[in-house]
Design a protein around this ligand. Sequence first.
Ligand SMILES: NC(=O)c1ccc[n+]([C@@H]2O[C@H](COP(=O)([O-])OP(=O)(O)OC[C@H]3O[C@@H](n4cnc5c(N)ncnc54)[C@H](OP(=O)(O)O)[C@@H]3O)[C@@H](O)[C@H]2O)c1
Length: 218
Amino acid sequence: MKVFIVGVTGGVGSRLARLLTATGDQVDGLYRRPEQGQRLETHGIHATQGDLTRLDAAALAGLLHDTDVLVFTAGAGGAGGTGATTAIDGAGLSTAVEAARLAGIRRFLLVSVFPEAWRHRDVSDTFEHYIEVKKKADAELAATDLDWTILRPAALTDEPGTGRVSLSPALVHTDITRDDVAATLAELVHTPRIHHRILELTQGPEPIADAVHRQTRN
Ligand SMILES: NC(=O)c1ccc[n+]([C@@H]2O[C@H](COP(=O)([O-])OP(=O)(O)OC[C@H]3O[C@@H](n4cnc5c(N)ncnc54)[C@H](OP(=O)(O)O)[C@@H]3O)[C@@H](O)[C@H]2O)c1
């Protein structure tokens, strides 16, 4: 299977790329700086240099040849203010959706966020903007006829993965390791029966493979 990861150099994306490569999948994706490409090569990942904000849909589609699944886990991550969030998490998602359509790719996995994350906190306008852009991106993808899945992880941590999660359409916002998000995405990549689903993800009691498999019965 060939998987193109927009955000392949990120905390979640790089972990996903390594997991998929280790199980024999071919991974491609966008990196911005040459040293990132070299680092990916050391893990056997031949990615493509490109900046999402400088590619139009046709140009991105041209990079997606033979792709079976497009995973979008890119984000501005708070750097560059609201403009960067709009450009990457928002307009970047639109570009990727249109590129998938142009390239004839059916399967699209989007890493989003709990819309009610940190409701109990006094959050900044920048954070509210981030949540708004993410929610609009979810709505845009969900309105397409692609075989989409939206995964909403809780607050991300860099603790070692536990291999155990809760995965459900509605959960209480807590946290989740990037290792476990990546492992859940890898399982979803290999479970094409799951689509047209919005799934929330937190740390929990269930082995990841079981949690994903249970979603095929719902
Ligand atoms: N942080 C949280 O607690 C949290 C919670 C729930 C959901 N999320 C979401 O989870 C997703 C993954 O999070 P993460 O921790 O893996 O994020 P991350 O480490 O910040 O990774 C973001 C990725 O997006 C890429 N990117 C940014 N701008 C780009 C551009 N113009 N062109 C191409 N690629 C670009 C980055 O590339 P560079 O390496 O070049 O910067 C990087 O690969 C994000 O969408 C985030 O919104 C985060």
